[in-house]
Ligand binder design. Sequence first.
Ligand SMILES: [Zn+2]
Length: 191
Amino acid sequence: MIRLFSQLCKFFKQIPFENEITAFNKYVSSVNVENLVCPFCGAKHSLASFAFYKRHLVTYNNNIAEDNIIIISRYMCSSCNRTHALLPPVIVPYMSFSFKFTVYLIYDYLVHKYHSVEAMCEHYGIAISTFYRILKKFKEHKQIWLGLLEDKLISNLSFVRHIINSSFDELENFIIQFFKQNGLSFFQGTS
Ligand SMILES: [Zn+2]
């Protein structure tokens, strides 16, 4: 898998994370293939468009969960012959919920926006067990990111509030740094 970030895109103008489908399309349409590096063998200038596939992406916009169908591009490396899916930061690998969906879910839980976890999950259209898996992963990754000591000092709510209030650049940078540091994305491994 290739995590696609704006440095790899040409003519990339700042876009808000507000609508993740717009953000997704913007990323994919402006990708600069020349800048992509094969995540398996490290070859440069070796990737070429190979195939496309459709998948679901559940986003969260204006307090509404929406199921979208998106098209993911696969690239093939001419050096090692492996194929890699191109995944913009709105996508959490192997999860059908978008990054923002997941962040708002945690936020709404922490501020007790709904009178019960059941009511919240009904609003988001997810199973209660799914929510608890996401929450567990959130706590686990927060601790990995902050380290044991900082993790105790910074509450879950202030951490998630910080993510929500981040600018697009800050958010993307956080996703990049977490991925580089841990070899997987924030929230990855939930499903
Ligand atoms: Zn390769």
